[in-house]
Design a protein around this ligand. Sequence first.
Ligand SMILES: Nc1nc2c(ncn2[C@@H]2O[C@H](COP(=O)(O)OP(=O)(O)OP(=O)(O)O)[C@@H](O)[C@H]2O)c(=O)[nH]1
Ligand SMILES: [Mg+2]
Length: 374
Amino acid sequence: MALWNPFRKKEAPAPPPAPSPAQERHAEITSQGGIQNDAPSPSGDGNAPSTPASSREVSSETPREAPAKVGFFGKLKNALRNTIQVLNTDIRDLVKEGRLVDDEFLDELFLYLVKTDMGNRPAAQIRDDIKRSFRGRKVHLDDLIGSAKTTIREIMRQESSGVRMAESGPTVIMVVGVNGSGKTTSIAKLTHRFTQAGKKVVLGAGDTFRAAAVEQLTIWSERLGAQIVTGKPGSDPASVAYKATEAAKNQNADICIIDTAGRLQTQTNLMDELSRVKKVIGKVIPEAPHEVLLVLDATAGQNAISQAKGFSKAADCTGIVLAKLDGTAKGGVAIPIRQEFNLPVKFIGLGETPDAMAEFEVDPYVDALFDVDR
Ligand SMILES: Nc1nc2c(ncn2[C@@H]2O[C@H](COP(=O)(O)OP(=O)(O)OP(=O)(O)O)[C@@H](O)[C@H]2O)c(=O)[nH]1
Ligand SMILES: [Mg+2]
């Protein structure tokens, strides 16, 4: 298996503005002014929307100058601004002009850290490291932040990010998670990245449970230039996954992404369904799925963790997509997620548009999180 990371390439340019899926759900598919689709029309009716300016055409005209890493840090800081604000006000005030490290200070520090939703264990680790290094002495903001960053980096260190690619043939990615966590939007974002990199993508509309789900993914596929395989409402998701994988294989596609309906890990029958989906994919391509990505909703904070506990294991997940990291004051939640799940955080969602996703990297994340005003 090779690691391929679309984000290491020259950063993809912003796509044409896309309506949010919420708006799209109310829209007629055929009335969408989407991107020219060079894949066959999913419905086969020749009605795939087209606009003069495809995302690829825009891309060649508007390359971004900034290196990917700088762009990533800026986006990350913007996304984490509510979390940074907590640290910016509370922690800064706490150590204004230096503060003696005593029990009272350590208790206060712990409470403020927990407010970022980093969880009790990481907050306690930061507190204990500060205690060990500065007990009985004055600590200043820079000391505090330096120590906290070291602690968090240690906790979050991970081997890999990016998508694990098949050595030959299509790479199959299954996307799972609880209801509304951001699965379908994350699929749109992945599709955007892959098509921008010139990859041929086939989507499998494996959420046959919710009528609007197929429509939502179909609109994205048309907009992003991917092919889609759908089934009838209520049909077996495993059969859709099978057909989508088969289509990807027969058509020499690079990527096949399978959407699934939201579910709770406590719904045993639905979790069994995921195993069946996985199994049939493997019947078409023995090593597939190459990735099973668990999408977690960052705005749920600690709940995202309890909701998804067991899920990762039951569905044999290979990585996490942390969606909706933008706009939450709970951006610290990536820390316990790394600690609790023992799965790499592969991507983060930073907004609703297809370009609002980035590969997760520990160092810029930690730097952005603690980038408080001095
Ligand atoms: N701000 C923000 N919103 C997001 C992000 N990802 C998804 N959303 C929004 O979250 C809502 C739910 O997203 P979906 O992708 O439909 O979630 P889902 O997991 O597929 O939902 P179900 O299929 O119903 O289980 C939508 O309104 C998305 O636009 C993100 O990274 N940031
Ligand atoms: Mg969905």
